[in-house]
Ligand binder design. Sequence first.
Ligand code: C2E
Ligand code: MG
Ligand code: MG
Length: 410
Amino acid sequence: MASHETAKVALLYLDLDRFKHVNDTLGHPAGDELVRQTAARLQQAIREVDTVARLGGDEFAMILIDVHDIRGAEDVSEGLLQKLQEPFKLADDQVFVSASIGIALSTGPDADADDLLRKADIALYEAKKNGRGRYQVFAGDMDDLLLRKRKVESELRHALNGGTGIKLAYQPIFAADGSTILGAEALIRWGHEVHGGLPPAQFIAIAEERGMIGQLGKWVLHEACCFAVGTELPWVAVNVSPLQLRDAGFAEQVAAILAETGLAPGRLQLEITESVLLDNNDTTRAALAALRQSGIAIVLDDFGTGYSSLNYLRRHAIDKLKIDRSFVNLLGRDESSVAIVRALVDLADALNVGVTAEGVETEEQKALLVAMGCRQFQGHLLSLPLEPAQLLRLAGLLPGRDSTQAAASA
Ligand code: C2E
Ligand code: MG
Ligand code: MG
């Protein structure tokens, strides 16, 4: 591949950023036309000695020979991105697209083609992740990170398909007396032998990035509803990713799971984050309204960490706010934190919605929160997330019968 004297070879991977969107909104003929016009622009932008090839879909590869250093490949990439920024004429529309490029440069004339391909692919993935519309040169440490991610992804896929290794823990939420259990939040756990102990926030992010969150979220909902319906637990709360809510069929999916498991809608709470409210789109709004209409409570999780304005809160029907544990954590350590948390509790009051404090770790924090009028408490002071059977024992619910059932599913 790289027999050309002493010069180096650069491999560029290029991928259009919103190709699917063009296909979805303007139709496949427009998508095909976009690919054709892109190919023509790329061809024009490179020298005759270089090569451009379509790899499939909206992906192209370019081989630049005789490149002296990385700067040369970067200049070409810069030019390509600019060329693609000019509007495309598709059907009767002017369409603006951008592209991402991954660059790999051979170390010398004897480049290993497979190695270059792999590096360009990794660099492209990084370019997309870092915000699209940009190029990214492969850097050595990308290897480990991406390989690890891909490994996690495939293991997670496997776990989801076979249903082993993933389970739910339940963290009870208490009344102010510290002993009455009001409900519990389902928290995913992945006990993988290799990635064991990988925190949920990390593998959830990978699932979101790699398009697996729908499947994972559905599994969690089903599992949590199945568990709750066999107990006297008043309600179970399930975390929902913003990406799940963007899926037009989400509300129906939830309804189907409730119907299938037999759990009453009033016993399910869905925890969403503030970004969902900012994501001001009709699909999300309609889904939230339909879910609430059916009797499911909508809870705003990690409240105070996002950007929701009072207007958003007023406009979107929410049943409960959960004060983020970063605020609760400061109680008793930092003067102003008391005033901030009090303001959040008062805000919930003014909006006429419930309020839960999460991450309560000390008696002092709890006492301050009780004094402010907070009524629901979750945190290590009261209980860690528990295995299903442990939760039922703690709550004194259905002793015996469910301990075997829970052990089987744990
Ligand atoms: P979250 O929904 O805000 O869940 C509360 C997190 O705080 C849990 O972390 C819980 O173990 C932790 N926690 C509870 N009490 C305390 C405390 O007193 N101190 C401290 N330091 N931490 C406490 P976890 O289980 O690691 O989950 C992290 C996040 O991952 C969750 O935050 C949620 O955003 C996400 N997550 C977990 N399970 C799921 C799921 O099934 N689906 C989705 N989409 N996200 C999930
Ligand atoms: Mg939550
Ligand atoms: Mg939270």
